[in-house]
Design a protein around this ligand. Structure first.
Ligand code: F6R
Length: 608
């Protein structure tokens, strides 16, 4: 995830910025850069790759000065490259800007600025901000920044400096974290606390829609319309390790709680006027989309489970036959790939060896390949014909959580986009799906806001060695993911079953006290699911039921019920998986295992 740090004070900014950026390295990044005002002009140095590469460049041309901003970039718009690294500057290099987040209307702004003769040097959304600052410059930095942000749509944390007013730094926030660190005769900005912890523990948290004007002597907070904001500083007593995890005990928990943001970000800029538009991501003509005869979704592990949801979603919305396959099977099984087969590969890292090999096999057979991946510039992203990036930001915990939910969002967007083009769903139905998608972040927040029952249940199952997950339809696909999460971090043996399959063998394993997590969120097959629950309950299972808010029935057949907010049945997996992730997390903590680095597993599986 991108990181921001900024400094104004008596010391050399370069060292402070580099040191601050090094404290953000753990978040993952693909390039880095600094802009420092040297008393006359703004100097910029940036580089693709590790911070050490930037440092090497700074050895041959350092950036002296006491005011500066720095950035570590996790690519969203445009591949990792020197040009796409931040800071970005306007043509005359009078303004420099670092940005975390996504500017959704950057293409419109870019075209408008290009028409005025402004020359862009990167593929990023951020560069429009630097050019807009120059374009709207009115002789006052604060009011110019206000005019600029009034033109921006999306999410941003910004750090801005200008040669015109080198006595200050301006920071702005909308839906992307930003803090101001208060020192003595020096002040800081940062996207995350660890970046400035060495210098100060007194911070202002900048809220959405606010900006901060920072000089050596002080900090002025205001809303972006100029209304002053009064706020006390916060004293942070976290150590560096706690600060890296944003105050959470583990990265996995932090990432679980980042899901509302990851969901929102993955939709950003892809819904326009109430309709899904993926024409920027997918270069297929309407004819090509209309001609698709079958879809193969290929992936590994958690991404494969997202693909299983994809089968239901795409078949339901688009009425194209979909096969979802495990990449290590698909690559060796000689699948039937016709010229009108679309192969969708899903990979968080974009580097999984089997997924990449499957992609290459599909291309060799003449298929068009669409990738859903979290890493811009990854092998999968580079080799696919079309790419939908999931904007979940880097995942550090080995157990995937926010990548999965953002993969689901990418799949819904794909299904709704194809359904519109192929006319398989009425406009009004698609509009309902878009509305329901937009409500998901808030509903995910609700699930995360009330986890006491989940924590208690997790304590209970932590004592067991075997556990079952049951579900039908989409609930079964989610059950598989819940079971994988539990296995990988708690080492409890668990299995997910399509509930209708129980009596074909598995029921023999159910005995007194065996924990069973039963998902019953799909209204159309609810009664069938309840019958299966009664079957396991009758054999003594200890059952947790996962149901929709307002459910009046399930408590009669299970030991405990946990509810999630209602949404469209097709979208329920996004909310249903969250309690399962939390059960795995809290059971792992109760068993005392390493949550973020489970035994035998690696985050990116680049070998077969
Ligand atoms: C499980 C997990 C793995 C990955 C799998 C594919 O929590 O993270 O199952 O989903 O190794 O990885 P990517 O998505 O990077 O291809």
């Amino acid at each position: 995830m991108c990181g921001i740090v900024g400094y104004i004070g008596p010391k050399q900014a370069q060292e402070i910025l580099l040191e601050g950026l090094s404290k953000l390295e753990y978040r993952g990044y693909d390039s880095a850069g600094l802009a420092v005002y040297n008393g006359e002009t703004i100097g910029v140095q940036k580089s693709k790759g590790r911070l050490s590469e930037l440092e090497a460049r700074l050895k041959s041309r350092s950036l002296p000065g006491n005011l500066g901003i720095g950035h570590t970039r996790w690519a969203t718009h445009g591949k990792p490259s020197d040009e796409n690294s931040h800071p970005h500057v306007d043509q005359e290099q009078r303004f420099a800007v670092v940005h975390n987040g996504i500017i959704e209307n950057y293409l419109e702004l870019k075209e408008e600025l290009q028409a005025k003769g402004r020359v862009f040097t990167s593929e990023t959304d951020t560069e429009v901000i630097a050019h807009l600052l120059a374009d709207l410059w009115d002789g006052d930095l604060v009011s110019t920044v206000q005019k600029v942000v009034a033109r921006l749509e999306g999410a941003y944390a910004l750090g801005i400096i200008s040669e015109h007013e080198p006595d200050k730094m301006v920071a702005v926030r909308l839906a992307s974290p930003l803090i101001v660190g208060v020192g003595e005769g020096e002040n800081f900005i940062a996207s995350d606390i660890p970046a400035i912890l060495k210098h100060t523990r007194d911070i202002y948290v900048v809220e959405d829609g606010e900006m901060a004007v920072i000089t050596r002597e002080g900090v002025q907070l205001m809303k972006t319309d100029g209304t002053p904001v009064q706020r006390d500083t916060l004293h942070v007593d976290w150590d560096v390790v706690t600060a890296e995890k944003g105050g959470y005990d583990h990265f996995m928990l932090k990432e679980i709680y980042e899901q509302p943001k990851a969901i929102r970000d993955t939709m950003a800029g892809r819904i326009k006027d109430g309709q899904v538009d993926l024409s920027r991501e997918i270069g297929m003509s309407e004819d090509q989309i209309n001609n698709i005869e079958r879809i193969h979704i290929v992936a590994c592990g958690t991404a494969y489970h997202a693909g299983l949801v994809g089968k239901y979603v795409i078949e339901d919305l688009v009425r194209i036959p979909v096969e979802t396959d495990i990449a290590s099977e698909y690559r060796y099984r000689n699948p039937i790939i016709t010229p009108n087969t679309l192969v969708v590969v899903i990979s968080q890292s974009g580097e999984t060896a089997d997924t990449l090999a499957a992609l290459r096999e599909a291309k060799k057979a003449g298929a068009r390949v669409l990738a859903i991946t979290n890493v811009v510039g990854s092998s999968v992203a580079r080799e696919a014909d079309d790419v939908i990036i999931t904007w979940a930001g880097p995942e550090i915990a080995v157990a995937s959580t926010k990548a999965y939910t953002s993969q689901l969002i990418a799949i819904y967007l794909l299904g709704a986009y194809f359904a519109r083009i192929r006319g398989t769903r009425a406009e009004s139905e698609l509009a309902d799906i878009v509305t329901a998608l937009q409500q998901l972040p808030e509903k995910a927040d609700q699930v995360l806001g009330n986890t006491t029952a989940i924590q208690q249940f997790a304590q209970e199952i932590a004592r067991h060695e075997d556990l079952f997950f049951l579900g039908r339809g989409l609930d079964y696909a989610v059950a598989l993911e819940g079971s994988l999460k539990l296995k990988e971090i708690t080492y409890i043996h668990s299995e997910a079953y399509a509930a209708g399959e129980l009596k074909h063998g598995t029921l023999a394993l159910i005995e007194e006290g065996v924990p069973v997590i039963s998902l019953a969120t799909q209204e159309a097959i609810y009664d069938k699911m309840v019958s299966n629950i009664i079957e396991v309950k009758a054999r003594g299972a200890h059952v947790l039921g996962l149901a929709l808010e307002g459910d009046q029935e399930l408590h009669k057949s299970v030991d405990q019920v946990f509810t999630i907010p209602k949404t469209l049945p097709l979208l329920t997996p996004v909310l249903a998986v969250i309690p399962l992730q939390l059960i795995a997390y809290y059971a792992c903590v109760a068993r005392g295992y390493d949550v973020d680095k489970p035994r035998n597993l690696a985050k990116s599986v680049t070998v077969e």
